[in-house]
Write a protein that binds this ligand. Sequence first.
Ligand code: DHE
Length: 560
Amino acid sequence: MQKKGLFGSALALAILPLAMSSAWAADAPKLTAEEMEKGKLIYFERCAGCHGVLRKGATGKNLEPHWAKTAPDGTKLEGGTLKLGTDRLEKIIAYGTEGGMVNYDDILTKEEINLMARYIQVEPPIPPEFSLKDMKDSWKLLVPVDKRPTKQMNKVNLKNVFAITLRDAGKLALVDGDTHKIWKILDTGYAVHISRLSASGRYVYTVGRDGLTTIIDMFYEEPTTVATVRLGSDARSVDTSKFKGYEDKYLIGGTYWPPQYSIMDGETLEPMKVVSTRGNTVDGDYHPEPRVASIVASLTKPEWVVNVKETGMILLVDYSDIKNLKSTTIESAKFLHDGGWDASGRYFMVAANASNKVAAVDTKTGKLAALVDTAKIPHPGRGANFVHPEFGPVWSTGHLGDAVVSLISTASDDPKFAKYKDHNWKVVQELKMPGAGNLFVKTHPKSKNFWADAPMNPERELAEAVFVFDKADLKKEPVRLDVAKDSGLPESKAIRRAVQPEYNEAGDEVWISLWGGKTDQSAIVIYDDKTLKVKKVITDPAIVTPTGKFNVYNTMHDVY
Ligand code: DHE
């Protein structure tokens, strides 16, 4: 039988208390067993991603009840949630901070905010580990490979299908990009984080925050889930093996908890290997919770690029011999998060977000090419590549913490770009945004536009809009598109965040998620990339809290 999410509603497995003998534990507010359970669940759903299960901090601050450390100049520092106290913590949770913490007063009730202010003063409970055997016990092969269709049984243009995360519904919508009609809505893990595609374009892989990974076969008349497996209790990333000769042979998944990555069979998801990422940071300190952030498959070698958040180590995992697994460990900077390929496909650009840096990994030499200083909290999604009129090939990232988009010059083996060599690995331009809080940028080789969102901006009118720059004249202010207004939906109490522009296969439409509250009507707003006029608004009631969108062709071919 498949296990429920370890943090899920059933909270099936025991969660062990951490160091309850600590002297600080006595000062913590007393919570009932019921409050502890509810606190654990809200913490997992809303807080753990930024602050960590052990609350040691990453993108978010350290939230341990008490911490003490020595600053580089020898000063002894201490702090913690106990020192801040319930009143102050309630305010931070409700209204957010200038440091990037978002407000929760429109998501959590007053009582829940009070509960969380008290819960984070209690020692963090440690969830159980998750072994290869646990994975195998959770594995469900719903349709063996030889029972699946041998050819496409439907007439849908698979290359233009969009896999859309319906975050709080725990579902995935597959939408036909040609007709703009919902093709099928499937159950997945809780709050699917990303979808990735098989080399054939036939299978969609999803990974839920609760670690449930699914493989969906689009060759059936209607898309069908053919296998599922649980990777752990908290996950964000998944990718296949893409190197020639290994296409879709393996799947790799990365977990936040336990901190590890797992290798599975690419067609059946049968678990094969689990590898821990616990170890030392780039500063040499041991870290008990180095979470696996983005993972991508190299096209240059049979390798995956595995980015380990807290240690700042980038692993190049060679999958040519799974039993005798070799991996190269590249030092970069702490708090690795998301990233994408440069235009040549040789360099992987990954944000070390709380270090305000972007690391460029040369997957050909297996070395760090550069560590680029950027504005505050870079958050590229996959970034966006284009040829800058003055500086040549650039890869770009938006920022959560600053009102700019950074354009970084990337190296190229193409002789026609040799003249830009001196600019390589520098921020050559910062595009001015009307505010901070950007999450995703996007462009397309066929488009003259460059799109950026601002969903984490505290101002409603910015969070509900997207901004379009003209790549030929980047000094010009961007055009603002008011996505919430353009959707035609009535106003709602919760901010409806306009998030993650994604192109269609042809590169002439841009799809934006209008991410409303769980009980509000959300939408997918589709713009004509040339005229910037609305082409279609998808407001089916099934579209609940849409966030990430993954166009099959663009995801398969890393078009961004
Ligand atoms: Fe994401 C990518 C982690 C919050 C939407 N997000 C990623 C990746 C990581 C990550 C590690 C890279 C995966 C890869 O490429 O292999 N995200 C986290 C968090 O830790 C964080 C900050 C907090 C959390 O609790 O999860 C977080 N992310 C969010 C959201 O709130 C977003 C906006 C909405 C949602 O669905 O949860 C969100 N993240 C996305 C999307 C991508 C992503 C859409 C993929 C972008 C792409 O184009 O590939």
